[in-house]
Write a protein that binds this ligand. Structure first.
Ligand code: ADP
Ligand code: MG
Length: 638
């Protein structure tokens, strides 16, 4: 039979596997056992609705077999198996779940030298291909459930694979690895040692719920026969016993006191193809309206596809130990979509359909309970372990902000106290509560300044004015921030106010003065507006600009920051802010403008353009016509 070639990206991954100097080669066993377990899960699940499956729960097993003479290690299962087409599709290409992330990382990494490969392999659950880290030759014999014939898939990794028909007694799969010879750098043959394998199963696969069995040689005392007084006869003899290597108790059934952080981390990595350690593990066992056990993980790093549409939210749902759905989205609200985890309950029927799941009051009750538990856990972290919380917030804070804004602010009350904002207060991240707790008596509103960076926010004229007064200012640098403020509106009777809307409080006398000033300058303001030809909706005086001559503000529902946000995300027909040019009447440049307006309209028009462009720059916009602007500057300076 002709050899088939691996798809290009698979080939590259294989090369990495074969030539990798990666020391953690032993994870291949975890990967193969995990595949075997998945295959049994599938058949066990099918047996619920298919009476032709005659295997009983206790019949399912995974076997490890060592053949010292031929130097092979075999991992077998009596699960769902694969037909020729599945062998081709699953083992000829890397496009399967866990391996997909890996494939993408490998591609992203193409420009980098091979040395980085080790890191990549360490980071992902790499699946079946990891067998090639320890084997020269891999043979897969598989018979699909319901098929009569079996097939043999064979490859040495390097130059393609073959698939040929063969025989197998029953449905299931054998993965036979011809273990590599020892090299100076690596002792491969230890994978033919039963104690090594036993240790690896304990380390990586202990909780797999199907028995992992292997023949082990043991010793026992020899019974002395009566009259047998040969002193040299051995008092111990060897015998072979087929032992179960794993304890088979799912971690979530265990008492949390008996589970170590390492155990949790191992399960988290194995189940979710993650490479980080969970930042926090929440282990729930609860009885009540609904009873369930859950293991929830807050990742410490966002999966690489987290903010893309490829990322699917959801928790694994088990009914009494049997996996019924891999990503049950109904168990977790969108704003906690970063949570990975497992829910096991006897209150949801094994045979429930996906549509029924959505309607299920039990699922809804569990989801509500889980949501509360996560919220409580995060609140606790925020109060007791600020450092970890800030780390969490750096990674997933944006998600919480989206949560506040989405669904018309329906969840804002549940989430607002979990938000952190950058602030002028000691340069720290602060909560809204903290801000309010230290507001000076005279301060009525909560002020925030929006800009791309903290430095730019700080430099906004109105922010400067407020800071000088000793008020705290929140620096909002996330796209979502301003929408959050517009959704929250107020807290504890205090409004959230954009510093751009801030005006100095004035005595009646001062107000009268300003009115007169405005009247006196009315002609000039109208002139500037006219000369800017529709670029601004209005031109006004402002007393809040401190040492700056101009500032840009907005009126109506769309703020400057929103306009910038829409333009960054390249939204079609993006709405624009109605811009208001604010002038500081006390500033020499503005005074100069009003003088020239009286005497020399042409030059005054140039000043108007100059001030407008400066305001645009300060507000973080680009100059519309840089050449014209430079020419303008030169002509004014000349
Ligand atoms: P993943 O397990 O993340 O899907 P793998 O590379 O480990 O990726 O496996 C690829 C696919 O090959 C699996 O999704 C499964 O369909 C199939 N497969 C692997 N091992 C077995 C097995 N022992 N029995 C049945 N199918 C298997
Ligand atoms: Mg796998």
């Amino acid at each position: 039979m002709a050899k088939k070639q691996f798809k290009a990206e698979s080939k590259r991954l294989l090369d990495l596997m074969i030539h990798s100097i990666y020391t953690n080669k032993e994870i291949f066993l975890r990967e193969l056992i995990s595949n075997a377990s998945d295959a049994i899960d599938k058949l066990a699940y099918r047996s619920l609705t298919d009476d032709s499956v005659t295997l009983k729960h206790d019949d399912y097993r995974i076997d490890l077999k060592i053949d010292k003479e031929n130097g092979t290690l075999t991992v077998s299962d009596n699960g769902i198996g694969m037909d020729a087409k599945s062998l081709e599709e699953n083992l000829g290409v890397i496009a399967k779940s866990g391996s997909l992330a890996f494939k993408q990382a490998v591609q992203a990494d193409k420009e980098h030298p091979e040395a980085d490969a080790a890191d990549i392999i360490g980071q992902f659950g790499v699946g079946f291909y990891s067998a090639f880290m320890v084997a020269d030759q891999v043979t897969v014999i598989s018979r699909a459930y319901g098929a009569d014939e079996a097939n043999r898939w064979e490859s040495n990794g390097a130059d393609g694979y073959t698939i040929t028909p063969c025989a197998r007694d029953a449905a299931g799969t054998d993965v036979i690895m011809k273990i590599k010879a020892d090299t100076e750098d690596y002792d491969y043959t230890r994978f033919l040692d039963p104690y090594t394998l036993q240790g690896l199963v304990k380390k990586y696969s202990d909780y797999i719920r199907w028995p992992i069995k292997m023949d082990m040689t043991k010793t026992r005392p020899v019974e002395k026969k009566e009259g047998d007084d040969d002193k040299d006869a051995p008092s111990y003899e060897e015998y072979t016993e087929n032992v179960t290597l794993n304890s088979m108790v799912p971690l979530w059934h265990k008492n949390p006191k008996e589970v170590s952080d390492d155990d949790y981390a191992a399960l988290y990595r194995e189940k979710f193809g993650a490479f980080d350690r969970p930042l926090k593990t929440i282990h729930i066992s609860t009885e009540g309206v609904v009873s369930y056990e859950a293991l929830l993980f807050i990742p410490s790093a966002a999966p690489f596809d987290y903010y893309s549409k490829d990322y699917e939210r959801g928790l694994q749902l088990y009914s009494n130990g049997v996996l019924i759905m891999d990503k049950c989205a109904d168990l977790i609200p969108e704003y906690f979509r970063f949570i990975r985890g497992i829910v096991d309950t006897q209150d949801v029927s094994l045979n429930i359909s996906r549509e029924m799941l959505q309607e299920s009051p039990q699922v809804r009750a569990i989801s509500r309970s889980i949501e509360k538990k996560i919220r409580r856990e995060l609140t606790k972290m925020l109060e007791k372990d600020r450092e970890t919380y800030e780390k969490f917030f750096q990674t997933f804070g944006l998600q919480l902000k989206f949560g506040v804004v989405s669904d018309y602010g329906e969840n804002k009350d549940d989430l607002k106290d979990l938000l952190l904002f950058k602030s002028s207060f000691e340069g720290k991240l602060v909560t809204i509560k903290e801000y309010i707790s230290r507001m000076p008596e005279a301060q009525k509103d909560i002020y925030y300044a929006c800009a791309q960076t903290v430095d730019k926010a700080k430099a906004l004229p109105q922010a400067e004015a407020l800071l000088t007064k000793g008020y705290e200012v929140l620096y909002l640098t996330d796209d979502a921030d301003e929408f959050v403020m517009k959704t929250l509106l107020s807290e504890d009777g205090k409004n959230f106010v954009n510093v751009r809307e801030y005006q100095q409080e004035r005595t009646d006398e001062e107000k009268e003065q300003e009115k007169q000033q405005a009247q006196a300058l009315e002609g000039m303001l109208g002139f500037v507006k006219e000369k800017l030809g529709g670029k601004v909706a209005d031109v006004k005086l402002s007393n809040a600009l401190g040492s700056h001559p101009v500032s840009l503000a907005s009126q109506g529902g769309i703020t400057l920051e929103m306009e910038q946000y829409f333009s960054r995300i390249a939204m079609e027909n993006a709405p624009k802010a109605d811009k208001v040019l604010e002038l500081n009447p006390e500033h020499p440049l503005v005074k100069k403008l009003s003088e020239t307006y009286e005497s020399d309209a042409d030059t005054a028009a140039k000043y108007a353009q100059l001030l407008y462009n400066q305001a645009m720059l300060m507000a973080g916009f680009e100059i519309e016509d840089p050449t014209a602007y430079t020419d303008l500057l030169c002509s004014l300076l000349a």
